[in-house]
Each structure stands twice: as C-alpha cells, then as structure tokens.
Design a protein around this ligand. Structure first.
Ligand code: MOS
Length: 741
C-alpha cells in the first residue's frame, strides 16, 4: 500500500544539512563563553630521549598568560595505565601526556600554555625553551622483518590458518609470489582535534570534544581525573570528519580538562594541522603474498604474511590477513601478522583498518596471478568464488558479490578491455582497466535508544552515538518516522551527548545496524504502549483491537490492517488515555542466530586510469563501485559514503604518504601542502551501484552498514589498472609518477 511515511529506502536529504551549510552546526572549537581561555600545545622537537630542562619563565612573564603546564608542575592524577584505557585502546600502556620527562615519539606534547587569548597562548608557546638529551630513534619498518614478533593479542581477529599451504604450493602448477608495501598515512579530517571545556557555575564541566564516542571520552576523563558522571558531561553534536581519528580520546582532551580543573577556568585546546601528524596514522605495512593454482586457475594455496608497525608502548593490530582466508575458495591457507616496534605514536584505526590494506595486497596478487595464468582478472574471481566462509566454516548471511561483479562489469564496460597490458591508448595517454574485490565484516553492537512521544505528536528519539558526516541524524530520523508512521518533520533524533542512552563508538560501519536496531525497537516500544492504551479505551475508533499485528502505523495514523477506514491517531490515543507523553527505552543486542553465519558487505570495484606516457602522471578517469551491503536506508547518504570511500582510495593509491625522516624520527610532510589528498581536479567520473541484497539474519532492519566498504578494493583496482595501462607493476603505494618513469 502507498503511504506517505515510508521513509526507509528514500533518498531523504540530510535533516542536519541546513544547519551544516549555514554554520548553525557547531563543532568542538566553536563553542564560546565569556572568560574562555586558550591552551596551545608545545610539541617535542625530538622523537626519542628526554627533556633535560624546560624553561617556561618567558612565557609566564607575559601578562595574560595564566599557566604553563609541563611534566614538572602538572597535578597529581590517577596515572595508572588502566585509568588511561579507552574503548578502542590496543593492549599495552597508553600514552600519558605530561607524565614525565621521557620522549616517546616525534611531536609528543610536552607543555600546554594557557592564556586569555589564543594569540597570546601561541606566542607564549613559542617562548618555551626546551633542552633535550637525544637518542637515535628507530623508525624503519621495511628492512626490519627479522625483528618482527607475534603479538600475544590481536584486536579483532587472530590469524587462523587451515590445511597445509606449503603442501598446496608444492602441488600447484603455477605460483605467484610478491611483496607489497604502503607507508604510513595520516588522518586529515577538515576539523582538527579540539576540546572546549566549560566550567559551569556549579563547577561541573561541560566538555565539547571532537570524538566518535562521547561516552568513551566521558569515561576516560572520569577515570583519570576521578570525576563522577555528573561532574563531566561530554557533548559532540557535529563532527567535521573522523573515520577512526576520533575513536580514541586524544591528548587535547586530557590537556583541556586538566587545565580547566586546575585553573577553574573554561579552556579551549585545538591542535594545529601540523600537530594532527603527531597521532592518528594508518600503520606502514609490508605484506608477502604467495598464491598457488592448478592450471585452470583454482587456488591450491594462499600464503599471506603481514608486518606492520606499532609504537614502543602499545601493540596495535588490525584485521590484516584474515581476508585471505575468506575471500576465495581454497583449502590451504597460511597466515601471519607480525609487529615491528618503532619510535612513533601508536597507529590508529583509519577507515576500513586492515581490510583496505590486506585486500590491497591480496587483490593485486590475484591480478598478477591472472596475467600469469592468462585468465581475465574478473574470470579468475568467478573461478575461485566461495559460497561459504571457509575461515569460519559458516554460510554467509547473504552474499550478492556475483551480482556486484556482473552489474559492475556491465556498467563499466569491462568486456571492452584488451587483455594485453599497454595495448590501449589515445595518443600519449595510456589507458588501463583494473578491478578488485572488497569485503568488510559486519558486527552489530549492543546499543540503547529512547523514544519519547509528546502529546502534540512530536517524537524525540535519542542515543549517545555520533554523526561523523555519515548521515546518522538522517537515517535514524527515517527509521523512527517510518516505524511510528509519523511525518519526518515531527521527528527529532538527538545524539552526541554523554547523558543519552548508551551507545557504542561510532565506527566499524556498525552504527546503522546497531543504533538503527535500537531506534526501531524503541519506537516499537511506543507502539506497544499505545496498543495497551487502546485495549482499555472503549470509545477509541479502534476499540476492540488487542494486538499490534492488527494495526498499521502509517500516514500519521494507526489503522486497522483489514479495514484501513477504521483508524485513530497517536495523539488521539494519548488524549483519550490521559497521557501527556509516552516513552520507551530499549537496549538491543545481536540476535543469537547470527552466530551461525558470517556477515560481510562486499564490493566489486572497476577502474579506468589514464597515464601520461611522458610524465607518468595518473588520472583515475572512471570508477564503478558495485556494493552489496544489505538494505540501504537512504540511497543519498549511502552513495555519499561510498563516494567518500572511493576518493580516499584514490588518495591511498596515488597520493597519501607520510614520509618519515629517519634521522629525526619525524613525519616531515606534516601539512596539507606536502601531504597530498585528492582534490576536485583528481575526481572524475565515479559511479556507485547498490546491488539488491536481502538479509534477515543481520538484524530486523536488514541493514549491514556502508561506512567503510567504499575504500576497500579501490587502491588495488587502481594499481591493477595502472599495470594494465603501463605494463609496470608498482607494489609500493602511493603510485607516484617517479615510480612509473
Ligand atoms: Mo572507523 S576506522 O571504525 O571510524
């Protein structure tokens, strides 16, 4: 039946769009209050060693400078490693700012200058004189495989091999072996990390933080500073990009709260773009892949070993090699993921952590194998297609990957590809076609939501999640409005406030599934309550109705399923029952039946590149990304997510590289002039296809989550297209022009 309130699946424009484009939406560093002070961070000039002396006199002598905090005068706090743990902390001892004189990584924060104005604080910071005892930092990853070790614990998945890969290789007719590398990449969201701490009249703190988890930030500062939940309230209504950079509390949060508590003044600390390079990077990763097949191209053995960097104090791992155990059919799989310690800050999750990296290696290796076998790269994927997840011996809850291949290839025109490398050109421009598969694991998390329906028919739904630009506000509003059959305009979704119902970190592509399920369930809780009232109402148009199954919530009405002319409204029920409001709070957890299935989103990425034969410059002229991601709640915001992922994949393939100066232990290209990200001129024709995929295992909404899948596979498809265009196999990202000449 046609209704006006079927919002799920509609390309609804962002409900927060107007606020965002008019500047009404406020970010962490934009909250203001009379008497606000400003903290500027002084960063270490060395990467390893210790501070011998830190002279703050000149800064302190400036009128208007309130304090300079260093390890020498910072307050005594709960400095245990445990108090510093956060929801996303890897095993180890987290970094504690201003703890002591030791320097553990380049640009480590060593002082905070707080002043009445930002300019004064910045000037004061320039006057802080530091002398160091310098040790030589070790920052190399590439040539230190011998020092790599197996961590005791893996954050997500422990590599789980099967069969006998060495035997499989020995019996293979054909072998392909290669080593892939990509350097560190840094998070560069538009909004730099910032925290504004307001000291309220009752001395409680209101903390505006840039974060993907307000409750994570709140628990973190509560533990460290010994504050109760009521003493520190964390708010983050808008986030100017994050994708992993806001999963862990960063040091500006600690410094701002410390200064506010010590000075009893409101304080803002915002990092500079340069300081964004002091934390938050995808780890440099070296990967060895060996594939063995029979003459027909069926995989007989897969060996995937990864080596990635971590800091001296935490063991950061990501799900790097396990994709090679599930993506294709193969009985013999050997996996390893080892760590190499360097003198840098701990790596941090970056969009599709591990997946984008691991599948870059696997999908380039598959491409190389296809050429060796003289089989079309897409055909090779069909030959090795797996209907079950062999790594867990589970069926997939749904897997429309074949449809991604089919629709993607058709839209792209894959059949027009001349299989010969360097065979397609227009004048001096070499043209190449490449493809790759992508996958990302779905993990629904426990989440809570509250729905509150007022007598005027307005609905407020809330959960302490975040909207990092992904469209959370919009899709949650759609889910709530459709469930209760209310006009979109009557529904408000609240997030980014630590006092709201408990929510997991906004990450892992799980928000739509996790918080979405909670929102749906909370609205169903309201339905139940309204039916309970109707049951008792003798003069309701729906008198005699007992069960939810008998009615429909749509078009602002509650109507009888088998006789839509008999209906009431939500407000009428409340009025008749004498209720000013109805509310329902619900916590949802993954359903048990999920345990028997593997749950993934899949993608097929097709890329055309144009390479200037003389200059080696690469342009990604066309991308078709076909996604199987379950039910799409909002094709507009969903497409947005995939486009963003593709753009970042272009950055990964061609531009992004944090260059470590091994003498100083410092990333030297620490600004956007030298750390290149794609700009508009780099983005040409991007096409997104959502393949229809029904899944009633993942959750009642059938939603999988789309935040990360768009970047997975993109870099591999580009590298494969570059090979097809040029005949040059670059196994070391980014593919800069020097590597093609
Ligand atoms: Mo994502 S890297 O979990 O924001």
């Amino acid at each position: 039946m046609e209704t006006t309130t079927n919002y799920i699946g509609q390309p609804t424009s962002r409900v927060d769009g107007r606020a965002k484009v008019t500047g009404e939406a406020k970010y962490a560093a934009e909250f203001h209050k009379e008497g606000l002070t400003y903290g500027v961070v002084v960063s270490s000039a060395i990467a390893k060693g210790k501070i011998i002396q830190i002279d703050t006199k000149a800064a302190l002598n400036l009128p208007g400078v309130l304090q300079v905090f260093t390890h020498e005068n910072r307050p005594g706090l709960a400095w245990s490693d445990k108090s510093y743990q956060d929801e996303d902390a890897p095993p180890g001892a987290p970094f504690r700012p201003l703890y002591d004189e030791k320097i553990l990584f380049g640009q480590q924060p060593i002082a905070l200058v707080v002043a009445d104005t930002f300019e004064l604080a910045r000037y004061g910071a320039s006057l802080v004189k530091v002398s160091y005892e310098t040790e030589t930092p070790v920052t190399e990853v590439k040539n230190r495989k011998a020092e790599a070790y197996t961590p005791k614990e893996y954050k997500s998945a422990k590599p789980s091999p099967r069969g006998d890969a060495q035997q499989g290789l020995a019996e293979s007719a054909l072998k392909m072996e290669a080593e892939y590398f990509h350097s560190s990449e840094h998070h560069n969201p538009m909004e730099m990390h910032a925290t504004t701490v307001m000291v309220e009249e009752d001395e409680t703190l209101t903390v505006y933080d840039k974060t993907q988890g307000v409750q994570n930030s709140q628990k973190y500062i509560s533990k460290i500073f010994g504050l109760s939940k009521d003493q520190a309230h964390v708010i983050s209504p808008f986030v100017g990009g994050a994708f992993g950079s806001g999963l862990r509390p960063q040091y500006q949060l600690f410094l701002a709260v410390m200064a506010a508590l010590e000075l009893k003044r409101s304080v803002r600390v915002m990092l500079t773009r340069q300081q964004m390079f002091s934390f938050g990077h995808r780890p440099a990763t070296l990967q060895q892949v060996v594939l063995g097949t029979n003459p027909q191209g069926s995989l007989q053995a897969v060996v995937h070993e990864g080596f990635s960097e971590t800091s001296q104090f935490e063991e950061y791992t990501e799900n790097l090699v396990n994709w090679s155990a599930m993506l294709y059919k193969c009985d013999n799989v050997q996996l390893a993921h080892k760590l190499i310690k360097i003198d840098a800050y701990t790596p941090l999750d970056m969009r599709a952590p591990g997946g984008v990296t691991g599948m870059f290696a696997l999908e380039c290796a598959m491409d190389e194998l296809a050429y060796k076998l003289n089989i079309d790269p897409l055909e090779l994927r069909y030959i090795n297609y797996s209907d079950i997840d062999q790594s867990q011996d589970h069926p997939f809850s749904s897997k429309e990957l074949k449809e991604c291949y089919r629709q993607g290839a058709e839209k792209f025109g894959w059949s027009k590809r001349n299989p010969q490398p360097r065979s397609m050109r227009e004048g001096n421009t070499l043209i190449g076609y490449g493809m790759a598969t992508g996958a990302w694991e779905i993990k629904q998390q426990k989440a809570s939501a509250k729905a509150l329906l007022m007598a005027d028919g307005k609905l407020k739904v809330s959960s302490a999640t975040a909207d990092i630009g992904t469209g959370t506000y919009t899709i949650m509003t759609q889910i709530a409005a459709e469930t209760l059959g209310l006009p979109l305009a009557d529904v408000t979704f609240l997030l980014g406030d630590s006092s709201l119902p408990e929510s997991p970190l906004e990450g892992g592509s799980w928000t739509a599934a996790s918080v979405g399920s909670a929102v749906k369930a909370a609205c169903e809780g309201i339905q139940e309550k309204l039916i309970a009232y109707i049951r008792k109402l003798e003069d309701s148009p729906l008198a005699g109705v007992h069960r939810l199954e008998e009615v429909t919530f749509a078009d602002g009405k509650i109507s009888l399923k088998n006789n839509p002319d008999r209906f009431t409204t939500l407000t009428e029920v409340m009025q008749q029952a004498g209720q000013n409001f109805v509310e329902a709070s619900v916590t949802t957890t993954p359903e048990l039946k999920q345990k028997k299935y593997s749950m993934f989103t899949h993608s097929a990425v097709f890329v055309e590149v144009r390479v200037d034969e003389d200059f080696g410059t690469v342009q990604v002229s066309r991308v078709v990304s076909a996604i199987a991601g379950g039910r799409v709640i909002n094709p507009k915001t969903a497409r947005n997510q995939i486009l963003g992922g593709i753009v970042w994949g272009i950055g990964m393939a061609l531009e992004e590289e944090s260059v470590m100066d091994s003498n100083y232990g410092r990333f030297i290209n620490h600004d956007l002039a030298e750390y290149h990200v794609p700009v508009s001129a780099d983005i040409q024709d991007l096409e997104v296809i959502f393949v229809e995929e029904h899944d009633d295992i993942v959750n009642p909404l059938g939603v999988k989550g789309l935040g990360e899948i768009g970047i997975v596979g993109t870099a591999a498809a580009i590298a494969n297209a570059v090979y097809h265009a040029t005949g040059k196999r670059v196994r070391d990202l980014p593919i800069t022009l020097d590597k093609l000449l």
